[in-house]
Structures are given as C-alpha cells and as structure tokens.
Design a protein around this ligand. Sequence first.
Ligand SMILES: C[S@@+](CC[C@H](N)C(=O)[O-])C[C@H]1O[C@@H](n2cnc3c(N)ncnc32)[C@H](O)[C@@H]1O
Length: 424
Amino acid sequence: MTSHSDKPDATRRDEAVQAHYEALPYPARDARDEARRLVVGSPSQLIEIDHYLFAGRRDWSQPFTALIAGGGTGDACIMLAQQLADRSCPAQVHYLDLSQAARTVAEARATARNLANIVFHTGSLLDIASLGIGKVDYIDCTGVLHHLEAPEAGMRALAAMLGEEAGIGVMVYGALGRSGVYPLQAALKELAPQSLPPAERIKIARRVLDALPQTNWFKRNPFLGDHVQGGDAGLFDLLLHARDRAYTVEEFAQLVAAGGLAIANFIEPVRYRPETYLSDAALAKRTRDMPFLERAALAEKLAGNLTKHIAYLTWPRRVADCIAQADGPHVIPILREIDGAAMAASVAKAGALSGDLDGVKWRAALPPLAGAMLARIDGKRSLGEIHRDVQALDKALDWERFKRQFDQLYAAFNAANRMLLRSR
Ligand SMILES: C[S@@+](CC[C@H](N)C(=O)[O-])C[C@H]1O[C@@H](n2cnc3c(N)ncnc32)[C@H](O)[C@@H]1O
C-alpha cells in the first residue's frame, strides 16, 4: 500500500484539485435561477462561434456536436445547449468534468430548462478519447487548462477531439492582470495549509485579506474581484487553489501551438491592440504593421489589466478564413446584448462609441449614418436591406458610400465584441 506521503507531488495536487471542486463547485450556481435568466458570456455563444470559427456561415439545421471540457456548474454548457435548442439544431453537447458535485449542479440547471441535448460525463479531459464521443465541431474549455499539471497535454487531448472544420473557445488566466495573486497564494499555503478543512482555510484567508497592508500587490490590484463577488467558491478558486498558473500572450500562444492549433482571435479584440493604450498617434502607428501576435503581446504589456485571455482557436490552415467578413449585401449584422434602437439614440448624440475596459477609457469615432444603421440592425435584416432602407432617407447613398460607413461602424462595435456577422 502507498501511504499518502509516498504519493508523487503531481498526484497529490491532482487529488487536491478534485477535492476542491467537489467541496466548492465553481462558479456557485443555483438551478432555481434558470427560471429568471440565462447566464451568457464569452466564449461559446452561438453567434460568436459562428462568427469567429465558421465565417458566419454555419448551417444550424445541420448536426452539431460540442464538448464542454471542465464544464463546472454549467455556464457554457447551459448557454450553448439552450441556444442550440432555440434554433432547433440537431445538436449534442457533451459536458465533462472531474467533479461530480459540479455536474450535479449543471444537471439540475439542464433539467430546470428541459434541455434534452446534453450528455453528461464525469472524468478527466486527459482521458477524453476513451469516452467514445468521436470528433466534435466545437470545444469550450474555460478556466480549466491552467489547473492541469501539464496544460500542454490537456491542449493536445482537446485538439485530438477536433474535427477538420472545427474550433475551440478557450480561457486561461492572464499573468499581468493577476499580479499579486501568486505571492498571496504562497503566503496562504503557510497560513491556511491544505491540511485544514476548506471552511477553515477560507476563514483564515478572509482574516489575512482584512489584515493586508496597503503595500501588498494583491490589495493594490483593482482588477480582481472573485474573492468579493464569487463567495466562498470564488475566494477559494482565486487564492487557495492547489494548482494554477497564468499566461502571458506569448506563453498562451505556445500552449496553443502545443496542440497544433492557431489563435483566430482574442476577445474582446480591442483589448489586444496596442493603439488602444497609446494615445500618442505616432507611436501607435509604429505598431500597426507588427504581426498579430506581437501586437497582442505588446497590448498586454501596455494594458497591465488582462486578468484572463479568451480566444478562439482553430487549425492553422483555417485561421485566415474562419472569421466572418462584411463582404457583401447578403451579410447580416447582429448586435450582441445591445438594443439597436436604444444604441442609435445614444450614439446619435455622442457621435462615438466609448467604453471602459476595466479602467482604460476607449473611444471610437462613428460615421454620420451610424444612428440610421443601428436603428435597423435587428439580427434579421441584411446589409443590402439596411442599405435600401437608409437610401430612402438619402437617395444619393450608393452601396460604396454606405459600405464605407458600415465598415467604420462595424470596426468600432466588433472591436468591443458587440457586433458580429452571419451570412444568409
Ligand atoms: C474554474 S472551474 C471552471 C468551470 C467552467 N468551465 C466555467 O468557466 O464556469 C474549473 C473546472 O475544471 C474542472 N477540472 C479541473 N481539472 C479537470 C480535468 N483534468 N478534467 C476535467 N475537468 C477538470 C474542475 O472540476 C472545475 O469544475
């Protein structure tokens, strides 16, 4: 028999991670809340998957298979399964997680919504090939790979499940935005050791947080809030985790490459552009011709506040063509979580789209027809139809002039991941 102390460190960490998510399924969710709201986010909204991985041309009347790897309490799984059901897509969503407790919450949420398109599995994504699912069209893996002993092995296991015309939505922690987390985790390993029960460790961690001096980098980091908003599960995940690491853009790109994959785009795109953080136009101009990944890496260094990296990945041979383009009158623009008419009224006054990227003020000028176009963007009308409608107000508005203005509008809203495209 092997005594506890004889176990390799990696095995003990595996067990600690599993015990953590059995005790505190993440994020904390209650199936009763399904009656009043659908949790939506990135990655893995259907319109985003279509836009970033299928060039806006995915036919949802055709079968679709998705895998949610490390599905936790079900946020991505429930969102995607619900959106596929709403379109009557003949889809199957495979949920997989190590934690039975997390699965129980996710299953209760699926039951509350009468979702019949989810297959639940318990196990490790490292053993995924043994589940007999076959190749899938899409994988969601958010907040999971950075908890593995060998994240590259996890990425390879996921890539091995991907079909030829398929992609992944992924999230890993961002190194710079999490400044201060790892020294505090190390301190808490001393003050609230793993040998104590989770509830005791949480109490001690709260006492430590209360006592931290203003000089502590975690205390000074305003970009982290899971320990406040996420309850006990959030605090444990952030500060008492047995194993997590964070990635710079360069390290993330290496992780992706380990699976033989490439990054199609980051979410939100505007956060990964150096000019977002360089108000000096001459300096910003110097970065315009840098390769995509170098620009993203530079943006991360300038921003300092990226606590996570969300990205869509696919096979390198698809990466140039997998993102939807506004390339003709057949294309349908879709506003994401925005009401076009309300937005039309507000931008008509401001003449610009502005936002706050966790403390970074961002502003994009909008074209004169922005209000008229936004008022007509309803996720159903095509650009050709919108052009015809707007032309009724301005007879001289030919397609080229209309399209130039639409491109400017689209560039602004898409940068913030607020406008996506689909083809008819
Ligand atoms: C931070 S939670 C994220 C949950 C979910 N993806 C989300 O974003 O809401 C991490 C989840 O990954 C699961 N997990 C960790 N290692 C895993 C592995 N090797 N295979 C499958 N699931 C794993 C944990 O049990 C936990 O539910």
